[in-house]
Design a protein around this ligand. Structure first.
Ligand SMILES: Cc1ncc(C[n+]2csc(CCOP(=O)(O)OP(=O)(O)O)c2C)c(N)n1
Ligand SMILES: [Mg+2]
Length: 744
């Protein structure tokens, strides 16, 4: 191997560091489970075998390949390896090595926001860590194309082989933009094992051809030098199923000789065992060579398939049930002996050439934190008259055009993303104005076609990013666009649009992006059964609850264009900063008479207002979103026909009202006064929304005289709005009936 001859790369020293990384990663988990006091009796856990599998990959990467601007996403259950390396590089104090999975200590899975040491990408939900560097690469290119920021850096994902079962991976790989990202490298830890089992038919060849079909460059790091020299044994291993190889990893030398049926008589026992497990993913020189092969191809992403052994060098090596297996204290001592370490002093520092290598590497990887530029000030108002009949989706469409005119600096920071629903979610006007962003110039074949709604003008300056119909990609990208303030020092204001029922599909990766520190606005539109003829497949029911329950996000469902404008501006002003907040807007295509509107901006952004106040009401109708006309009609009937005094309360955010509700009991950080301004004590409430009625059921604890919760509980179906409202009992008649029942 040519590399071994390179004077600057001392493979022996690197091997010693690799051994120390294995020792530290194993010790981190051992200490958390077997040494630290466990007060609750609940298993602490940690993944020694999954970590061991990646020790060589990561040692080679960090100590012999990585450069300062590069970003790395580490397979969640290899976090001990990352912390071990960070410690060796002087980025993590020794005192943290005993705190894995402890309150305030090292997190179970790499966390950008919660770990004390540098972590480029949060991981934990398999598949999402794999794709994060892809979205990170796109976000970085976007920022670099629009603002003056330091440019460059490779984007690397170290992933488990079973992680490739996740649809998120293939959804990302298939996007045409992704195949141009030469800075992306995935390294697959190919240990043929997942959590439960030895994966019977994981075949790198098949996977590689799938990557190649999508335009990726593939590199195989299959065998180390010992096996490279023995074609017959290699052929035998190539031909055996995964299960047999895994089984033979646990055979002793005589068993192995017998089962192999290949002439290995010239090999001593120890040499035979070492040769049989000589996979490329544990040979530092072969790995470094693989990384360099990946680097040599710059015009497309690369994937390196590195063959490894789960539990490498541990007593659990290759065992099908090793995923969460922990070394016993005896096994730990034996390991110490085998690695030349001290079980009673596991954290002692490296010395000599190994220490020098760590120091040189730390210097090479030193990265200045970006100087953060604050996001632009967002105005409270755009000055539009919301008159006539307007839906919130229309207001959304107009919003960006107004924003570009009234607050151009803010608009310059907005980036919209849509998974093939840009036009149907009403982004057309903005797209025409701002242009489509692409990695490079492409010819617009439709420029002279007067039939097309959108002038599909692509450039590297545009501010809309159009993805394929891939909701998981949408939110993956939103999360990274929302994190540029912390990575590149430049905030973006990312807004994604999606049909509301598909919010549920995008939810977990969107939530993970928020958890990881990215802030964005997700617009679910259109929503609810108000979609009418579109039918049940597109009518969302549970999303208002999602809005209340999602941490790090405020959910709004305004009824009027003016409220939408105020709330959306307010939400934009919370993005792109330390401690910022994401938002979710649930919008509708139902045109609503804007003359009904009455609240102030302060009330709208706080959660709601008295749309039709009454100083001494018999009952309040609390309505959210598109059903305001039904609430108003019901109030009119109750006043005219039953002689009742009715107050109508318009809710812009059930989420903020619930926060206010909690704050009344001293829980959380909401404003207790919000509910007091909306609801009077001793007044029964009928709540109404086009979504699940449980969303507003907490209002039962507000008036003190009972609540009747109207909303949608069943799957929808096609129909006219009036028919569907009656069917789901959210029409004015149903409100009247519920009110009269409550009033006795
Ligand atoms: C979305 C998601 N599903 C399931 C899990 C639970 N889980 C954690 S690791 C793992 C197996 C991963 O296998 P592989 O990627 O091959 O990694 P290895 O442990 O072999 O290194 C599973 C199923 C998870 N963390 N995230
Ligand atoms: Mg695996």
């Amino acid at each position: 191997m040519a590399l071994a001859a390179e004077p600057q790369l001392d493979l022996q020293t690197l091997g010693h560091v690799e051994r120390r990384v294995l020792w530290l990663a194993t010790s981190l988990v051992h200490h958390a489970n077997r040494v630290r006091e466990n007060r609750s009796g609940v298993k602490v856990g940690g993944h020694q075998a999954s970590s061991a599998s990646m020790v060589s990959l990561m040692t080679a990467l960090y100590f012999a390949h990585l450069e300062a601007p590069d970003r790395v996403s580490v397979k969640p259950h290899a976090s001990p390896v990352l912390h071990a390396i960070n410690h060796l590089l002087g980025r993590l104090d020794k005192r943290y090595l005993t705190t894995l999975r402890e309150y305030g200590g090292l997190q179970s899975y790499p966390s950008r926001t919660k770990d004390p040491d540098p972590v480029d990408y949060s991981t934990g939900s398999v598949g999402l860590g794999a794709t994060a560097p892809i979205w990170g690469a796109l976000a970085h290119r976007y920022v670099a194309g629009h603002f003056d920021v330091p440019v460059g850096g490779r984007q690397i994902a170290l992933i488990g082989d079973a992680e490739l079962d996740e649809g998120a991976c293939w959804e990302a790989i298939a996007d045409p933009m992704v195949s141009k990202l030469g800075e992306v490298m995935w390294v697959v830890d190919l240990n043929r094992q997942s959590l439960d089992r030895v994966v019977p038919d994981i075949a790198a060849g098949r996977l590689a051809s799938m990557f190649e079909a999508a335009g990726w460059h593939t590199v195989m790091v299959k065998y180390g030098p010992r096996l490279q020299r023995r074609p017959a044994l290699r052929a035998r291993i190539d031909a055996m199923p995964n299960e047999e190889y895994q089984r033979l990893l646990r055979a002793d030398a005589p068993q192995l000789r017998e089962r192999l049926e290949v002439d290995v008589s010239d090999l001593e026992d120890a040499e035979l065992l070492a040769t049989f497990r000589d996979l490329g993913g544990h040979d530092l020189a072969t790995l470094i060579d693989g990384y360099r092969q990946a680097d040599a191809v710059r015009d497309r992403p690369s994937v390196v398939f590195a063959y490894t052994i789960k539990g490498w060098r541990l007593p659990t090596e290759g065992h099908p049930a090793n995923h969460s297996a922990l070394l016993t204290p005896e096994q730990y001592r034996e390991l110490a002996q085998q690695l030349g370490e001290d079980a009673d002093d596991p954290w002692r520092p490296l010395e000599g050439r190994e220490a020098d290598l760590c120091e040189v590497t730390a210097k090479r990887l030193e990265r200045e934190p970006p100087s953060a530029i604050a996001p632009p000030a967002v105005p409270p108002d755009l000055g539009r008259e919301h008159s006539g009949r307007e839906s919130t989706q229309q207001a959304f469409g107009r919003f960006f055009v107004d924003l570009a005119r009234e607050a151009p600096e803010v608009a310059e920071h907005v980036v919209t993303v849509s998974p093939d629903v840009g036009t149907s979610t009403n982004l057309g006007g903005w797209i025409n104005k701002a242009g489509i962003w692409n990695l490079g110039d492409r010819i617009d074949w439709f420029a002279d076609d007067t039939d097309t709604l959108i002038r599909w003008r692509e450039s590297d300056h545009g501010r809309h990013i159009e993805l394929g119909i891939a909701e998981v990609n949408l939110v993956g990208l939103l999360g990274e666009l929302g994190a540029t303030w912390s990575r590149d020092g430049r905030p973006l204001l990312p807004v994604g649009t999606i049909y509301d029922p598909f919010v549920a599909r995008a939810l977990e990766p969107w939530s993970f992006g928020i958890y990881a520190g990215g802030q964005s606005i997700l617009v679910g539109t259109p929503s609810g059964v108000t979609l009418g003829p579109e039918g049940g497949a597109h009518q969302s029911v549970i999303t208002p609850s999602i809005g209340i329950e999602q941490p790090g996000c405020v959910a709004y469902e305004p009824a009027f264009g003016q409220d939408f404008e105020w709330c959306f501006l307010h939400a934009l002003a919370q993005l792109g900063r330390e401690g910022g907040t994401s938002a979710y807007f649930r919008l509708s295509t139902r045109p609503i008479d804007q003359t009904l509107h009455s609240g102030t901006r302060a009330e709208a952004i706080a959660g709601g207002y008295r749309l039709q106040p009454d100083e001494s009401p018999d009952l309040a109708i609390a309505v959210m979103g598109a059903l305001v006309p039904e609430a108003v009609a019901a109030a009119d009937i109750l006043r005219a026909e039953a002689g009742r005094r009715i107050e109508v309360v318009c809710i812009t955010s059930a989420d903020l009202l619930f926060r206010s509700f909690q704050a009344r009991s001293g829980l959380g950080e909401g404003d207790p006064a919000v509910l007091e301004r909306l609801f009077r004590p001793g007044v029964p409430i009928v709540s109404l929304l086009d979504g699940h009625p449980h969303t507003l059921s907490f209002l039962g604890g507000v008036g003190g005289r009972g609540v009747s919760c109207l909303g949608v509980r069943r799957f929808g179906q096609a129909g006219d709005i009036a028919e569907l409202y009656e069917h789901h009992q959210i029409d004015a008649e149903s409100v009247v009936g519920a009110a009269l029942d409550l009033l006795g």
